[in-house]
Write a protein that binds this ligand. Structure first.
Ligand code: AMP
Length: 186
């Protein structure tokens, strides 16, 4: 099963992703985690990405596509994967489509975790990550609205979009996602 997980920062994607990969035995591909690891390791990609991340802006598409192409070629991805925080722009989604078409491994579903904006701000402000200060949070929400939300229409037109209400306990939200994904699991 190949899944894209979309939602604004603070929607609880990371927490749900951890549980979903366990249940469906998927590889967890979080570009945010990959970029933070590259930054902490001080690699060239990490240094380049840090400037954007610390401002709450998206890292350029070419950087993202390079790391994702490399990751998708690894053997653990053959058994299915959950893309978490990627794609985040139409250009990334188109590049992903082209890459998957070449491998003849199309996506099975795109799950949007939907949470109202006021709720997100409160959740993010309580989290304590380096890019969780109020100005950066605001910028990340702006980036989501402007650059990532258009993907919802893009995937809806392809008939792949499943919208899940992200408000509630971790357990409640998880149950809603599994109702959508269970029928797709082999
Ligand atoms: P996340 O942990 O997914 O919220 O990502 C943290 C930060 O990494 C984002 O605010 C972006 O600066 C950067 N980032 C992660 N994934 C992407 C992506 N697919 N495209 C561009 N930037 C990304």
């Amino acid at each position: 099963m190949r899944i894209v997980f979309i939602g604004p920062p603070g929607a609880g994607k990371g927490t749900q992703a951890e549980r979903l990969i366990e249940k469906y035995k998927l590889a967890h591909l979080s570009t945010g985690d990959m970029l933070r690891a590259a930054r902490d390791a001080g690699t060239e990609i990490g240094k380049k990405a840090e400037a954007f991340m610390s401002r709450g802006e998206l890292v350029p598409d070419d950087v993202i596509m390079a790391i994702i192409a490399e990751r998708l070629a690894e053997p653990d991805c053959r058994g299915g994967y959950l893309l978490d925080g990627f794609p985040r722009t139409i250009a990334q989604a188109e590049a992903l489509d082209a890459m998957l078409a070449k491998k003849t491994t199309p996506l099975d579903a795109v799950v949007e975790l939907r949470v109202a904006e006021e709720e997100l701000f409160n959740r993010l402000a309580g989290r304590g990550r380096a890019d969780d200060n109020p100005d950066v949070i605001r910028q990340r929400l702006v980036a989501y609205r402007r650059q990532t939300e258009p993907l919802l229409d893009y995937y809806a037109e392809k008939g792949l979009l499943e919208v899940v209400d992200g408000l509630g306990t971790v357990e409640e939200v998880f149950d809603r996602v599994t109702v959508v994904l269970d029928p797709l699991a082999e």
